[in-house]
Design a protein around this ligand. Sequence first.
Ligand code: NAP
Ligand code: ZN
Ligand code: ZN
Length: 347
Amino acid sequence: MLPTKAYATKSAESQLAPFQFERRDVQANDVLIEILYCGICHSDIHQARNEWGGSVYPMVPGHEIVGRVIKVGASVKNFNVGDMAGVGCFVDSCRTCDSCKKGLEQYCVSGMIQTYNSPEPGRKTPTYGGYSSQIVVDEKYTLQIPKNLELSGVAPLLCAGITTYSPLKHCEVKKSQAVAVMGLGGLGHMGVKLAAAFGAEVTVLSTSKSKEADAKRLGAANFVCTKDAGALEKLAEKFDVILNTVSAPFDLTPYLNALKTDGTLVLVGAPSQPHAVPAFPLIMRRRKILGSLIGGIKETQEMLDFCGQHNITADVEVIPATKINEAYERTLSAQVRYRFVIDMKTL
Ligand code: NAP
Ligand code: ZN
Ligand code: ZN
């Protein structure tokens, strides 16, 4: 067993605090990764505070992991000691269902094994995530990191990057299309960078006027403050795709009306309360609402390679582990610019 340092929360009401636990020993197909950076995703906050239900404690959150391979099992083929490696939101799946066979492990019929807050096969403890010094993962669920990218900015690609890349690809976003991104946070700012890299004309729909200059710097052509009176009505029939990354429920009607005929509202934001679905804005223009969950291993590698080719990383604020609780509060008040990343040297 491998003694591991971490930050954990003991209950939905607790602050995160130092914690020690043991990782499994390295098996034939495993790599042991010394974690260098881990991003703070809003999903970490939802789960740490049990907002989705079913949280297991103590919980070590973190699923935007990059680090250095420090040991490989006897059968490992694609990683060597010293390589940089990434781990995203899941560390295993059944490998045999239709979804797994198609490389859509995130939709595994028996449920993916999440990087944290899942039962760990063969053990009594749950999986523990990336707010920790090291992690043991099967190489099939481990990603290669492009060598040209700065590592702290790569960590958020493992969730925020793939969660926005996958639905933009699924919707076949390309040049000449109008794409809106709702919410300029961790996911949203990656959505802007990626949609712009696909050639789309990007509009940011934000509740924070102060983010306008950043939105344009990140690649948006237009910025709309959704709190301004009449702002949403002016957007009627404008967009092919709206990518919603907002972590709270909202009135879907003006956003559906902002879609062209056959347009798609993609929901990746995952509030604990349901949205009310209005029928008429959907019916009258054959509009669609689409859900999307992160991405499979093959597509996550494709996204990382795309980011390597286009020199895309997240805009990050690197913090020591002692500032995790403060970072949670700043994320909740939409103050993050645009992803907090923990420097694991500070554990
Ligand atoms: P984040 O960094 O906190 O960004 C969310 C942004 O949404 C905020 O910066 C803010 O942007 C806007 N916002 C927040 N509260 C709002 C409210 N009450 N009303 C209107 N706008 C609000 O969060 P994130 O890490 O990007 O995650 C966003 C959501 O996606 C979370 O619910 C998370 O759990 C979910 N998620 C889903 C997946 C998936 O696979 N589907 C993966 C990862 C995360 P403005 O200031 O610009 O308005
Ligand atoms: Zn996430
Ligand atoms: Zn499966």
